[in-house]
Ligand binder design. Structure first.
Ligand code: NAD
Ligand code: GLY
Length: 358
């Protein structure tokens, strides 16, 4: 087992990474506050892993809530069903919520924990690659609004993150690929050598080689933990973690939540960001080709769906958390391994990127 730390003073917490960790009670129980525990999961994950967690939490005053599965259910109504469960079980403010699932379950559970009685404890047990390398770490929680992705939420850090890499055995290949998008993102924004390592190991990763996956998860979490520790509430460099996300969130909202996976939309969005960077002469075209090739090898889309034309992109991108004083800001690349957040780009060149994409 490897243990990393997210260093945030009194809100610091460990990230444990390894095989079979959901069967190690102390990793989870050491971080539970009080006796009341609500496990939040969904209808797909419950039959796979809920009994294991129930066994580990034997002895606590335990309840569970099973949500419908899908990005289209990451909304206020589903959030409310978690509150209803907490209230029906008379949970008090010393309760702990446990998120067992992918990013959708994690984001909803964390937000429920941030709101319930003005804030209770929660733990992350991520079961998708995407959640293991990104969403379970850093304390961004929330739900979607029909007009904008992740627009309703809060920063609320978990008490620990326990990544049992065995859970990836039951994940389908499309969902695994969606996780690769975020892994590739870390190479692009922060670490050119890691990007090269992914290029060299993408076939092993796709074949679910345990050592390669464990290294990719550990490296991704190390980069994310470092960025979050430096800028917990995204007043600066944390925004780099949004490479491809302004375009990607527009694709997710524009195509209807759940049709394009988050990782797929981010992949297409990262290539759009690379294309725009090249149009500004910041990134050589040969690097754009490298990025496109890696995304394709990973099994990810590299262009947005038909129907997402320039007008639709512009309308949807205007609803983005990086918009300040009405001005759009984007994460763009200065090189593979170096990203910037900037509003200083040419709208004519953006138009070319969006038109080429349509
Ligand atoms: P997801 O939570 O929808 O999970 C994907 C699918 O895999 C679901 O059908 C789920 O039921 C299933 N699943 C989960 N674990 C499984 C397992 N072990 N075996 C079999 N099936 C399993 O999607 P995701 O890709 O995990 O997360 C995407 C969400 O995360 C988006 O809503 C995105 O906005 C959010 N996100 C949040 C952050 C953050 O910092 N909070 C970062 C990145 C993404
Ligand atoms: N996934 C973006 C962030 O955590 O900041």
């Amino acid at each position: 087992m490897k243990t990393l730390a997210v260093n945030l003073g009194v809100r610091s917490y460990p990230i444990h990474i390894g095989e079979g960790l959901l069967r190690k009670p102390e990793l989870i129980t050491d971080h539970i506050r009080g006796r009341q525990v609500l496990v939040v999961t969904n209808e797909t994950i419950a039959p796979l892993y809920l009994d294991t967690i129930r066994g580990v939490l034997n002895g606590f005053d335990l309840a569970s809530v099973i949500l419908p599965d899908g990005e289209q259910y990451k909304n206020i109504d589903t959030l409310n069903s978690v509150f209803t469960s907490l209230l029906e079980h008379r949970f008090n403010r010393r309760c702990t919520l446990v998120a067992l699932g992918g990013g959708v379950v994690g984001d909803i559970t964390g937000f429920a924990a941030a709101c319930y009685q003005r804030g209770v404890a929660f733990l992350q047990l991520p079961t998708t690659l995407l959640a293991q390398v990104d969403s379970s770490v850093g304390g961004k929680t929330g739900v979607n609004h029909p007009l904008g992705k992740n627009m309703i939420g809060a920063f609320h850090q978990p008490g620990c993150v326990v990544i049992d890499t065995d859970t990836l055995d039951t994940l389908d290949q499309r969902q695994l690929a969606a996780g690769f998008a975020e892994v590739i993102k870390y190479g692009l924004i922060h670490d050119a050598r890691f990007f090269t390592w992914i290029e060299q190991n993408i076939e092993q990763l796709k074949a679910r080689d345990k050592l390669s996956l464990a290294y990719a998860i550990e490296k991704s979490c190390t980069i994310k933990a470092e960025i979050v520790a430096a800028d917990e509430r995204e007043s600066g460099q944390r925004a780099l973690l949004n490479l491809g996300h302004t375009f990607g969130h527009a694709i997710e909202t524009g195509t209807g939540y759940g049709n394009w996976l988050h990782g797929e939309a981010v992949a297409a969005g990262m290539l759009m960001a690379a294309d725009l960077s090249a149009r500004h002469q910041w990134l050589p075209r040969s690097d754009v080709a490298r990025i496109e090739n890696l995304l394709q090898c990973a099994g990810l889309p590299t262009s947005p769906p038909a129907g997402m034309d320039e007008a639709r992109f512009m309308e949807l991108m205007a609803i983005d958390k990086k918009v300040l004083d009405g001005g759009l800001r984007l994460v763009l690349l200065k090189a593979i391994g170096t990203a910037v957040v900037t509003g200083d780009f040419s709208s004519a060149l953006l138009s070319q990127t969006l038109t080429r994409a349509a």
